[in-house]
Write a protein that binds this ligand. Structure first.
Ligand code: 13P
Length: 254
């Protein structure tokens, strides 16, 4: 049975106390319950990473960062390096999120440099790609997604050390989810691109997550699609009840 990944991207939310409370409850749940084919990944803001990595030592939980510097080390005030993340046992890092691309102006070449930094330190990048509404309406979804893949993965070797997240920008935080069919179409396109560029084995191995208004009410239908291996979940991962419900749904999937 294939593995399902449920990555909660908290974005810039929660006080320290709120993060601690959420993780305490998640810890209680994970201690009691055996999740067989599901991996829970929490991507908190930087200051709370250690809360998650500490828990990950004892429990079936993984920790992801939301961002990393494109630079190695040195005079880059306010930046966090891949080496720092690795020294804290962070396993994953989101790169190329549409909020980083659109609000902070990250280009494919910056995303590419970040992925290289992460790979040097054995952190698995979760590469986000996805089209805006006007691009979808203009029939440019495939073109946009493929050019983000090409640009972000330029000269990058993949050896079981990369996740991709398809996040259509129009579905992020809007309550509008892509239909399972719409998501599957793009996931299939991504898988085909990986096959052409990296071969059959790599293409089959890379988890492709869907992100954009995933919630307990639509998760099951999305996960039923052949090329959807999990979710990158924003808003609905902030409430412990909802996140646990999604772990249950994924765990009970036949
Ligand atoms: P929402 O689940 O809030 O739409 O956010 C999706 C996302 O951007 C996850 O990275």
């Amino acid at each position: 049975m294939r593995k399902i990944y449920l990555a909660g991207n908290w974005k810039m939310n929660k006080t320290f106390q709120e993060a601690d409370d959420f993780l305490y409850e998640l810890g209680e749940y994970l201690e009691e319950k055996t999740l067989r084919n599901v991996e829970a990944i929490i991507c908190p803001p930087f200051p709370y990473l250690e809360l998650v990595t500490d828990m990950a030592e004892e429990l079936p939980l993984s920790c992801g960062a939301q961002n990393v510097s494109e630079y190695k080390s040195g005079a880059y005030t306010g930046e966090i390096s891949a080496e720092m993340l690795s020294s804290m046992e962070v396993e994953y890092c989101i790169t190329g999120h549409s909020e980083r691309r659109n609000i902070f102006g990250e280009s494919n070449s910056v995303v590419n440099a970040k992925i290289k930094q992460l790979q040097e330190h054995f952190i698995i990048p979760i590469l986000c790609i996805g089209e805006k509404l006007e691009e979808r309406d203009a029939g440019k979804t495939d073109e946009v997604v493929l050019s983000q893949l090409q640009g972000s993965l330029k000269d990058i070797k993949i050896d079981g050390n990369l996740f991709i997240a398809y996040e259509p920008v129009w579905a992020i935080g809007t309550g509008k989810t892509a239909t399972p069919q719409q998501a599957q179409e793009v996931h299939k396109l991504i898988r085909e691109w990986l096959r052409e560029n990296y071969g059959e084995d790599v293409a089959a191995d890379i988890p492709i997550l869907y992100g954009g208004s995933v919630k307990p009410g639509n998760l099951k239908e999305l996960l039923r699609e052949a090329d959807i291996d999990g979710g990158l979940i924003g808003g609905a991962s902030l409430e412990i009840e909802g996140y646990i419900k999604m772990l249950e749904i994924a765990g009970n999937l036949k």
